[in-house]
Ligand binder design. Structure first.
Ligand code: ASP
Length: 432
């Protein structure tokens, strides 16, 4: 069975298993939820295990392979420009939808009292406090970490990326035997880490089953009902960005089939959805973009680690819709200046948000602070956060993969999405 079909079936089975499981259910004396949690976290841990060596070696060997001095700068500028533009478009789509749907206003009155704050707002806020995006200066600080090992250990990938870019840049220009050996060594580590990644990927259906079953057992759908309109607004906006705007870019700018790209990325998208973590999904994203969509390692090694860390279209869109929703529910007067502030802060904070579950919440409190609303107001949206996190993380990964296709095509890569996915995979296999 093809991997994406297996993952899809596993997801459905996970949903059914989760719906049939209560938090206290047991099977042969084993607590089911604890079992799902264990399997899910083993899968996520395995992926996270390869993330640091993968980011470092991928970026360094990507930089070494980029070629002449000028093209590094050109690729860098193009990548950042594409990241900023797509994120801005995502936020504007969110802004449009939240103004159209006005989910915070029910029957003409602000819905604050009707919805009610979550009881565990303070706990939830405390638990996500160190998830990055405190403010913009934090992002700058993260870029130059005083201690590289500490940054890697704490999942602050931005510092690791900046260091790897510098390292790769200078390793590329250095002449002599020692740098050459080092280049080969790093390339070798990269190849081996990718092999380990492929092994982990074989377990994706099992991991996805467990993650979905655990989430469905815990969340249930009743929690979502009072916030259904907000929920729908976010989904429609995410859908418009991911399935209208992005496919148009693939079709018109990259001149390739968007459908084929969706097929290529399905394993990564479903994993992002199940895990709600772009960082944990990165190994799969790299594998799908390279082997199934045919983007060269040179381009994808450069674009994807950076993208998983700084390019979050779904997150930025969600931040904007959530902040606007809360402002509507509090009856705030939403002038154009306020809306502009929200858009700007959503774009900027999405860069600094960590690629882990629930990381957006902190960024949303930053926006609330900036427009003068109390931070506890975030309690309005806590119950729906997990499911929407799953959706926005999938859109984050989708955004990164689309940018890598656009960039690869603009660099003249003809092979990108030129064949159906199965043939692409066969070609990658025989090239090994
Ligand atoms: N969970 C998201 C990610 O990993 C970040 C967020 O929006 O909370 O991409």
């Amino acid at each position: 069975m093809k991997l994406h079909h297996a993952i899809f079936l596993a997801m459905l089975a996970g949903g059914i298993a989760g719906a049939l499981t209560q938090e206290q259910s047991t099977l042969l004396g084993i607590p089911l939820l604890a079992g799902y949690d264990l399997i899910g976290s083993l899968f996520i841990n395995a992926l996270k295990m390869v993330v640091v060596p993968l980011i470092v070696t991928a970026i360094i060997s990507g930089m070494v392979g980029v070629g002449q001095g000028k093209s590094v700068g050109r690729m860098g500028i193009k990548t950042l420009a594409l990241y900023m533009t797509t994120t801005l478009v995502a936020v504007l789509i969110g802004l449009l939808m939240v103004n159209l749907f006005a989910p915070g206003i029910i029957d003409g009155t602000p819905a604050r009292d009707l919805l009610g704050l979550s009881a565990n707002t303070h706990e939830a806020l405390a638990s996500v406090k160190d998830r990055g995006a405190g403010d913009f200066t934090d992002i700058l600080r993260q870029m130059l970490p005083p201690n590289l090992i500490a940054a890697a250990a704490n999942g602050q990938m931005l510092g690791l990326i900046v260091f790897s870019l510098l390292f790769g840049y200078f390793l590329r220009v250095e002449k002599g035997q020692a740098p050459q050996t080092l280049r080969e060594l790093i390339e070798g580590i990269y190849l081996v880490v990718m092999r380990i990644t492929m092994l982990i990927i074989r377990f994706t259906p099992v991991g996805v089953f467990a993650l979905i079953a655990a989430t469905v057992t815990r969340t249930g759908l009743d929690a979502i009902i009072p916030l259904a309109w907000f929920f729908a607004t976010v989904l429609v906006a995410l859908f418009t960005h991911a399935f209208v705007f992005m496919p148009l870019m693939i079709r018109l700018v990259a001149r390739r089939s968007p459908l084929r790209h969706v097929q290529a990325m399905t394993p990564a998208l479903l994993t992002a959805f199940s895990s709600a973590s772009s960082a944990a999904t990165l190994p799969l994203t790299m594998e799908c973009v390279q082997k199934r969509a045919g983007v060269s390692p040179r381009t994808s090694s450069f674009v994807l680690p950076l993208g998983a860390t700084v390019n979050m279209d779904g997150t930025a869109l969600y931040e904007c819709v959530a902040a606007m929703f809360i402002a509507q529910a509090y009856g705030m007067d939403l002038s154009l200046t306020t809306q502009f502030m929200i858009v700007l802060t959503a774009v900027l904070t999405s860069i600094g948000v960590a690629s882990i579950p629930a990381a957006s919440l902190v960024a949303i409190t930053v926006i609330l602070g900036a427009i003068g609303l109390p931070l506890e107001a975030i309690g309005l949206i806590l119950v729906t956060d997990r499911v929407l996190d799953m959706c926005r993380t999938a859109v984050n990964i989708w955004g990164d993969s689309v940018v890598s296709v656009l960039l690869a095509r603009s660099e003249g890569e003809e092979q990108v999405l030129s064949l159906p996915v199965s043939q692409m995979e066969q070609r990658a296999q025989s090239a090994r």
